[in-house]
Design a protein around this ligand. Structure first.
Ligand SMILES: Nc1nc2c(ncn2[C@@H]2O[C@H](COP(=O)(O)OP(=O)(O)OP(=O)(O)O)[C@@H](O)[C@H]2O)c(=O)[nH]1
Ligand SMILES: [Mg+2]
Length: 396
C-alpha cells in the first residue's frame, strides 16, 4: 500500500511527510523546495492485541507504546503541483508519474490562506484555500485523461475491428494505475456505457476517468496550518463546501515539533494523543513553543490531527483491517519476538487470503485457521475481523 502526499507548492507536504516519518528532508518557505520524491514509512495506530492476550508484544517492524500498536504504511511526498502541471507547468508532469501506483492521495491544503496558487508566501491571508480543492482534482483528472487519450482514437478503431471489448482496452491503457480488466468492466457497468466505444464523446471519457480516479485514488483533504489564526474558519468552510470529502484539520508543524521533542527525550508523546508529558528541563524557547502547541492545537483540536488523518485514510477510506499472525500455543517467532507482525488487508478478506498474504505455500497447504483469542477453528472462507489474531494450520 502506498499513500501519495499531494498539493500546491509550500502547503506543507514535506513537513507533513517528515512528521509522519521523521526522515531528514528539506522543508522551506518557498515553492518547489522538493524536487525528487521522498519515500518513507508512516504508521497507522490500533489498539494492540497483546493486551487482550496478556503479553507484551515486540514488533519486527513498526512499534508499540502503551499497547498502542503502530503499523507501517508507505508514503510518498512529491513536488508541488501548480495549475497546468499536466501540460508540464511548474515542475511538469514528471512527478505525477511518481504517483502512478499510489492507492490513495492526501491533499494537503494551506488552510491559513497565506500562500497563493503558485505557493508564494503572501505574509498574510490573501488566498482562498477552497480554490485549491478543485484545481488539484482537475490536474489529476487531466493527467489521467491525457494518458488514456494519447492512443485512444487509433486503438479504439483497431480494437473495434477485432471486436476487442472496451474494458480490455481500458485496462491495457490504464495498467500503470493498477486498473485491472475486472475493475474496468465493473466501472463501465456502473456507468452504463455503451459497448460501441468509438462513439464515446470526450466528455464520456472524462466521466470514466473521474470514476477511475475515485476508485483507484481516493482523496482525503488535510486542512493544514491549523495553528495559524484564521485557519480553523477556512477548515469549516472547506468542510461545508466539499461534503463529499473527508476533511481533517491538522498542524503538521506541531506534530513534527512534538515528535522531534519526543525523539530527543524531552517529552513523552504518543502520536495521536491530545497531550504530552515533560520529561527533562526545557529551555525557555522550547517551553514557549510547546506551550503554544498545547494551547492552540492540542487543547483546541484534541490533537495535531496527523495520526487521525493517516488512520482515517487507511481504515475508513481504504477500508483496511489489521490482522496479527499468531499461534494458539506460541505467540513468538523463532527469534522470540512476541506478535512480531501485523498485516493490513482489505475488508472482506478471508482466512485463506491471509494465508496467501503471509506465504503462498501456507495457502496451498491450507488445512484450517484458528482464532487465537477464542481457540475456535475457522474455515478458509472465514471473513476476517479487524484485530483478529489468527493461526494458519497448513500441510506445507
Ligand atoms: N504555521 C505552520 N506552518 C507550516 C505547517 N506545515 C508546514 N508549514 C510551513 O510551510 C512552509 C512550507 O513547508 P514544506 O513542508 O516545505 O511545504 P511543501 O508543500 O513540501 O513545499 P514544496 O516542496 O515547495 O512543494 C514551511 O515554512 C513550513 O514550516 C503548519 O502546520 N503550520
Ligand atoms: Mg516539499
Amino acid at each position: 500500500m502506498l499513500v501519495g502526499i499531494v498539493g500546491k507548492p509550500n502547503c506543507g507536504k514535506s513537513t507533513f511527510f517528515k512528521s509522519l516519518t521523521l526522515a531528514n528532508i528539506l522543508i522551506a518557505n518557498y515553492p518547489f523546495a522538493t524536487i525528487e520524491p521522498n519515500k518513507g514509512f508512516a504508521h497507522v495506530s490500533i489498539p494492540c492485541a497483546d493486551k487482550d492476550l496478556g503479553v507484551q508484544c515486540n514488533p519486527r517492524v513498526g512499534f508499540c507504546i502503551d499497547h498502542k500498536r503502530f503499523v507501517p504504511v508507505e508514503v510518498i511526498d512529491v513536488a508541488g503541483l501548480v495549475p497546468g502541471a499536466h501540460e508540464g507547468k511548474g515542475l511538469g508532469n514528471k512527478f505525477l508519474d511518481d504517483l502512478n501506483h499510489a492507492d490513495a492521495l492526501i491533499h494537503v491544503i494551506d488552510a491559513s490562506g497565506f500562500t497563493n496558487e503558485r505557493g508564494e508566501y503572501l505574509g498574510k491571508a490573501g488566498h482562498d484555500p477552497l480554490d485549491d480543492v478543485k484545481f488539484l482534482e482537475d490536474e489529476i483528472h487531466q493527467w489521467m485523461y491525457g494518458i488514456l487519450m494519447k492512443v485512444w482514437a487509433r486503438q479504439a478503431r483497431a480494437a473495434q475491428q477485432v471486436h476487442l471489448e472496451p474494458f480490455r482496452l481500458i485496462a491495457k491503457q490504464m495498467s500503470a494505475f493498477d486498473v485491472t480488466e475486472d475493475l474496468a468492466k465493473e466501472l463501465l457497468k456502473r456507468l452504463n456505457f455503451s459497448p460501441e466505444f468509438t462513439k464515446w464523446s470526450n466528455d464520456d471519457v472524462m466521466v470514466l476517468i473521474k470514476e477511475i480516479r475515485k476508485t483507484t485514488k481516493p482523496i482525503v483533504i488535510a486542512a493544514n496550518k491549523m495553528d495559524v489564526p484564521g485557519a480553523f474558519e477556512n477548515y469549516e468552510r472547506l468542510k461545508a463546501a466539499y461534503p463529499e470529502y473527508t476533511v481533517i484539520p491538522i498542524s503538521a508543524e506541531s506534530e513534527l515539533a512534538l515528535r522531534e521533542a519526543a525523539n530527543h527525550g524531552f517529552i513523552k508523546y504518543i502520536p495521536g494523543s491530545d497531550s504530552f508529558e515533560v520529561l527533562k528541563p526545557l529551555s525557555d524557547a522550547q517551553k514557549k513553543g510547546l506551550d503554544y502547541i498545547k494551547v492552540n492545537v492540542l487543547d483546541r483540536f484534541g490533537g495535531t490531527g496527523v495520526q487521525r488523518l493517516i488512520d482515517s485514510m487507511v481504515f475508513d477510506v481504504l477500508k483496511k483491517i489489521a490482522i496479527f499472525p499468531g499461534g494458539v500455543n506460541k505467540l513468538a517467532d523463532s527469534e522470540g519476538r512476541v506478535l512480531p507482525d501485523c498485516f493490513l488487508l482489505k475488508e472482506g478478506s478471508t482466512a485463506l487470503d491471509f494465508a496467501n498474504t503471509i506465504h503462498t505455500d501456507l495457502a496451498k497447504g491450507f488445512i484450517r485457521a484458528i482464532d487465537v483469542r477464542t481457540k475456535k477453528t475457522l474455515g478458509k472462507d472465514y471473513p476476517l475481523k479487524h484485530r483478529d489474531v489468527i493461526e494458519i494450520v497448513s500441510s506445507k
